[in-house]
Ligand binder design. Structure first.
Ligand SMILES: [Zn+2]
Length: 459
């Protein structure tokens, strides 16, 4: 790989910073254009700041943003300076744009550490330039945006990335048949994280994404299930089975809307962990975060303390108050994420409203057939559900799906405009869960921000 010379570096960094400044002045924050121009001047410019940094990359279907936030938070709490992109860029040009803008004119980074969220398919382009210390794979599910490719295809893409970074420590989900298999036959050091036992009812078992045994092609059996294809899997034909995790959640204590307490065992030391984000999937994200800390050779006990006051990421369990009413936003973009959100909202046994918003734009994936494989029945038949608001470009299709899932039509309402929705929500009296997919979340948040005071995401 050709390293950019000094002149190229200065030109490249300067144009990146300049274009971003102009874009922000005109109110456009999250774009890849500055990085695209910087790379036109010098293709490998990302390698300049990255060469002086220790970088953790997080990829996988669900939980990337939250896991990144956790890692950044615990590093910062432990007194380290850490770069973290807030714009949601996870492709090469966006990452380049973001990292270059956080350097001096010679491309020297301001921070020693960086945590980067990287799209599964972009991993192979990004890692050769940044040589990450660790690559975290949270989990792998069919995502609505890559429905035609499927999990097998995503797995292949991630493998290409790993192959180009043999010195990176892999931090893999031991309970996920798919992501765990990425540790087979590679020279990389592997750290696995997982849950040692079932944590109670987590919705219906759906092995759609489980795949086949990588050694003999057999079907998996499970000693216990966590959710979907995550759990104590083994192949009865050849004996291949879930690896014992290096970062193990041995039991889960209290779980409520604010967070969870669990017992974490690593290197023979067991300690109690409190993570200030609710739901079992955030226990996984916390375990992945500790795996990354271990991969970087940093002390685990300090990191565990930091997990107690992590703030939720944009749209991930973000809580707003609107009048008397509490709103909690959960981004849902695929069946697995959606089912987990339903398990969470129905676990409190208290009255609630739900707002479901479905768009099918480029950022979401055009195909919405995934709603057929999603367990809306769990939500719609919950006795504590009061009102069900349905919005977004594909609201009619979703409305129809919800009716088929057993929703009571007298409690359902189709809403065309988000401003109108916000007016209605202001009059509600119980907790409302907002469950949009990606572009719908942007619209919903824009409509909410004048009333709730939330800021633009790049600020
Ligand atoms: Zn087998």
């Amino acid at each position: 790989m050709k390293k950019p010379n000094k002149i190229q570096t200065i030109l490249s960094v300067a144009s990146c910073k300049l274009i971003r400044a102009v874009l922000r002045k005109t109110g456009r924050g999250g774009t890849a254009l500055p990085g695209t121009v910087a790379m036109k001047i010098s293709k490998n410019i990302l390698s300049v700041p990255a060469g002086d940094m220790e970088i953790v990359v997080v990829t996988g279907t669900n939980g990337k943003t939250t896991t990144c936030n956790m890692i950044e938070h615990v590093l910062t709490e432990a007194g380290h300076d850490c770069h973290r992109d807030k714009s949601g860029a996870n492709l090469l040009h966006g990452i380049t744009s973001d990292l270059l803008c956080d350097t001096n004119w010679l491309g020297k980074p301001r921070n020693h550490y960086a945590v980067l969220e990287v799209d599964e398919a972009a991993l192979k382009q990004v890692v050769p330039l940044i040589r990450p210390r660790a690559i975290v794979v949270t989990n792998l599910f069919t995502d609505q945006a890559d429905r035609f490719g499927g999990v097998e295809n995503t797995l292949r893409e991630i493998r290409k990335g790993i192959k180009r970074s043999p010195e990176s420590v892999l931090v893999l989900n031991a309970d996920d048949t798919q992501s765990s298999s990425l540790g087979l036959g590679v020279p990389n050091k592997v750290i696995r994280f997982g849950l040692e036992e079932s944590v109670g009812e987590q919705g219906k078992v759906d092995l759609f994404d489980a795949g086949k045994c990588p050694k003999c092609g057999g079907d998996y059996e499970y000693d216990y299930h966590i959710y979907a294809h995550l759990g104590g899997f083994r192949c009865p034909k050849c004996g291949y089975r879930r690896e014992k995790p290096d970062v193990a959640v041995t039991s889960i204590g209290r779980m409520d809307t604010n967070g969870s307490t669990f017992q974490l065992s690593t290197d023979g030391v067991s300690q109690e962990v409190y993570v200030s984000l609710p739901a079992v999937y955030n226990v996984y994200n916390a375990a992945a975060c500790i795996g990354a800390i271990k991969a970087m050779g940093l002390p685990v006990p300090e990191a565990v303390q930091g997990l107690a006051n992590v703030r939720s990421a944009f749209g991930r369990m973000e809580t707003f108050s609107l009048g008397e009413n509490i709103l909690q936003m959960i981004l849902v973009k695929n069946p697995a994420g959606c089912n987990q959100a339903f398990t969470y909202v129905t676990s409190f046994k208290d009255k609630f409203n739900a707002v479901l918003c479905l768009n099918n734009r480029t950022g979401d994936g055009h195909d919405i057939s995934w709603i057929e494989n999603t367990d809306y029945e769990k939500l719609c038949t919950d006795p504590y559900l009061q009102k069900l608001y349905v919005c977004g470009d594909k609201k009619e299709a979703l409305f129809d799906r919800l009716k088929r899932a057993g929703a009571d039509e007298s409690r359902m309402e189709l809403v065309t405009e988000y401003d109108k929705l916000v007016e209605k929500l202001e009059k509600e009296t119980c907790t409302t869960f907002l469950l949009p997919n990606y572009t719908a979340m942007m619209e919903l948040r824009a409509a909410l921000s004048p009333k709730t005071g939330s800021r633009d995401f790049w600020e």
